[in-house]
Design a binder for this molecule. Structure first.
Ligand SMILES: NC(=O)c1ccc[n+]([C@@H]2O[C@H](COP(=O)([O-])OP(=O)(O)OC[C@H]3O[C@@H](n4cnc5c(N)ncnc54)[C@H](OP(=O)(O)O)[C@@H]3O)[C@@H](O)[C@H]2O)c1
Length: 385
């Protein structure tokens, strides 16, 4: 597809939130293709937040870091100069224990989207904005699946049930995406392509990631589910496939609309089973399902409202990913690869305690590195690298 690219290296292109869990993988892929990348971070002088990103700058494309806060209207202007594509990934991600849902989630998500996209409208080089939305903008709670045709959420659905008090992160993502479509519709120089990833798992590029994805996986090693796990289904996508989707969304001239990025849905107990198959019995992976009424009683202690338990535990959560596959040429890898490769990265980086008994890789299982090499080769050939 080299001849048909919307943009050609060296660019430059802009990635907001370039040091985030997803943003850093997007930066890595773009640099690997030879693009010069302007990446924004909140504090460009903080070595912990920037060094992993600087380490990606190894030859092909060049990396420049810019400081920018979502809440400051002109913050992205300098970083966007000369850019043809803007990847807007920066947004606060917090699923539990948010103190002030408006100032911590909703304002940065919406004002940030307004600031970045209005800056794109003023920057005459910009042809396309790729927005990292979420499946959280598509549905509110799993119970809503019962009312959908075909029992699958897809790009035609919008979250209509979240609010400041119920699922506020989902509310912030829905508001930000709706605003993005409105701003895109108010001009005609750049077009908007939206990506709606499910729970994104897979190795982080830094041991200092603060992403919720890292917290979710750590809980499988730290005993959070020692007594069992709720009957909760999660839709999973590999972070490397999410990065690939961002790149394809920028390069393909015909890419358009929203895109559900989801590989498959698994329960928390199934995640425990996948991890046990690879790592043996030395970790407190969940085996038992905790009854819903017990989950409802305990959830508020962990910052999860009862209404969230009531509307999600015990219900299937399924997505139709066919449009993303067709429009972006994505082949979603199995959820098990994302789960195992992320767990291995957490172990390798010393972010979770080692097993009580020796690590056992199941006989015949290909190592995370072997799987990663094959999948990277497939991505490179799709991108024409
Ligand atoms: N992880 C998932 O499962 C998942 C699933 C679907 C969609 N998403 C979306 O993917 C995007 C990235 O998420 P992630 O998991 O990679 O999270 P992350 O690692 O926590 O990254 C969040 C990024 O947003 C930036 N950010 C937050 N508040 C900001 C502010 N006020 N001003 C400037 N930058 C700010 C952070 O910058 P600093 O580090 O410099 O503060 C960081 O780069 C988000 O839009 C999220 O909604 C994530």
């Amino acid at each position: 597809m080299t001849a048909e690219r919307l943009v050609q290296p060296p660019g430059p292109v802009l990635v907001t939130g370039g040091n985030g869990y997803i943003g850093s993988w997007v930066v890595k892929e773009l640099l690997g293709l030879g693009f010069d990348v302007h990446a924004t971070v909140r504090d460009a002088t903080d070595p912990i937040r920037t060094e992993p990103l600087r380490a990606l700058d190894q030859g092909r494309g060049a990396l420049k870091l810019f400081a920018a806060d979502l809440l400051q209207p002109a913050a992205f202007e300098h970083a966007m100069i000369g850019c043809e594509v803007v990847f807007h990934t920066a947004s606060p991600v917090a699923l539990r224990g948010v103190k002030d849902t408006v100032s911590d989630l909703i304002e940065p998500a919406t004002q940030g989207t307004r600031n970045v996209l209005e800056t794109a409208t003023r920057t005459t080089t910009v042809k396309r904005v790729v927005l990292t939305s979420s499946v959280a903008a598509i549905y509110g709670d799993a119970v809503e699946l019962e009312e959908t045709e075909g029992r699958r959420f897809d790009e035609s659905h919008w979250n209509e049930t979240s609010s400041e008090s119920h699922q506020p992160y989902s509310f912030s993502k829905m508001l930000a995406e709706r605003l993005a479509w409105r701003i895109a519709g108010s001009q005609d120089r750049w077009d908007l392509v939206v990506l709606n990833p499910a729970l994104t798992l897979g190795p982080a590029l830094t041991k200092h990631s603060r992403s919720e994805s890292v917290r979710v996986m750590r809980e499988f090693a730290t005993g959070y589910y020692r007594a069992g796990a709720p009957d909760l289904e999660v839709a999973i996508v590999d972070v490397r496939d999410v990065a690939d989707a961002h790149v394809q969304a920028a390069l393909r001239p015909s890419a358009s609309g929203r895109h559900v990025l989801s590989s498959e849905s698994v329960t928390l107990i199934e995640i425990g089973r996948i991890l046990r198959e690879h790592y043996g019995d030395g970790f407190p992976f969940p085996r038992l399902t905790v009854p819903k009424f017990v989950v409802g009683l305990l959830a508020p202690l962990g910052g999860i409202p009862r209404a969230v338990v009531k509307r999600n535990v015990g219900y299937p959560l399924r997505f139709d990913n066919r449009y993303a596959e067709a429009d972006l040429g994505i082949e979603f890898g199995p959820a098990a690869d994302a789960i195992v490769d992320q767990f291995q990265q957490l172990l390798d980086d010393g972010l979770i305690p080692g097993p009580k008994v020796g690590r056992r890789l199941r006989k015949g299982t290909r190592s995370p590195v072997e799987r990663g090499v094959d999948r990277q080769a497939a991505r490179d050939s799709r991108a024409g690298a």
